[in-house]
Design a protein. Sequence first.
Length: 428
Amino acid sequence: MKRIVVCGVSHRGLSMYVEPILTTFHEQYCIAGLLDLDPQRFVESRKLYAELEDVPCYGADEFDRMIEETEADIVLVAGTDHTHAEYIVRALRHDLDVISEKPMAVSGEQCRAIWLAERSSKGKVTVAFNYRFSPYHRQIKELVAAGKVGRVTSVDLNWYVDTHHGSSYFKRWNRKRSASGGLSIHKSTHHFDLVNWWIAQKPEEVFAYGSLNFFGPEGEWNPQKEDGRHCETCKVKANCRYVMRWTQRSKEVVPPDDHLHASVSPVSQRFTSYRPDACIFDSEIDIEDTYSALVKYDGGALLNYSILFSAPYEGYRLAINGTKGRIETMQYHAPARVPFDVPPQTIDYIPLFGSKETIGVVPAPGGHGGGDPLLLEELFLGVDPLQAYGSLAGASDGAYSVAVGEAVSRSIREKRAIAIEELLQEAY
């Protein structure tokens, strides 16, 4: 039985990994240790999972002691984004395998440190890109790999995050660039990794625009300019469109797919000094909510990418163009929140000279379009023998997705094209 230690007792770490390890994969793996900077998280985790009662807990600066005392085999990294690289590098120095939540890091500099540590380690890094495992995304991968579109020449990807999900990032730690790297890293690495994986080309250069249009003190829907508010106790909440769109004045209503994750305790009691319900109009917000980017790839492909974090519905539009044809699809996420009837997702293949073929995909249950359970099986049961291509992402994949995200952010601030080599340097 392999022993796993968890760095970052986050909701994601608990619900995505700890719970399945305690249930589905308990015959092969066990939780040997928990590490976090907030001891209240240990209290809350034990309320949720009685099996953790006797699992030893460690402070954020006790990593080496945890590894020694638990005799860990695998380090699972699931804390705040800016902490990932430190624990990944330290685990690799102990020759341990690492499973990291995305993003693997928040800068090219951190990615270079991980790459160098992995090269001299017996351990390896796996980045948990669950979007790769959606049946729809696998079907797109198979079509491109089979040569249906020929050599990929361009990709159009427009992503929409609705007012509930989008605003949740601006209530939490993600709203600080120092913690998340900005949403071009925290969120968009999902999308950049998908494109990199689909077309099997490496990104070379990025030019981007971005802005803060909806959130922060100048947000058009701000009911009152005042810092320090929290949703749970806010006196002007009844005038906040972002809250009232999904609730009622007489009682709190948790929308489907809640990214604030109601727990066993009120939000104000879940943590020692952290509140995940900070006001989305606070002046400490220093990231963007709107991005548009152009990415050039080494195989000649161009990616036109945009993402909006305050849209009336959630989903994406995708087109992949090549020398032999085109793939198109539209996916709606969280259909219970979409204010109109949602058609089932299909994938259209249109040859350059021929008739359109509409492909239906059998959906899979589970989070992130059915990707979460399939990712977990590959992580903990091994590679699916029926797959003709690799789906798990390594440190190189993690680095390229982060580098594109950082290049977007830097291009916005510096008003110039950013070369990926400039960020990854000798590791490129």
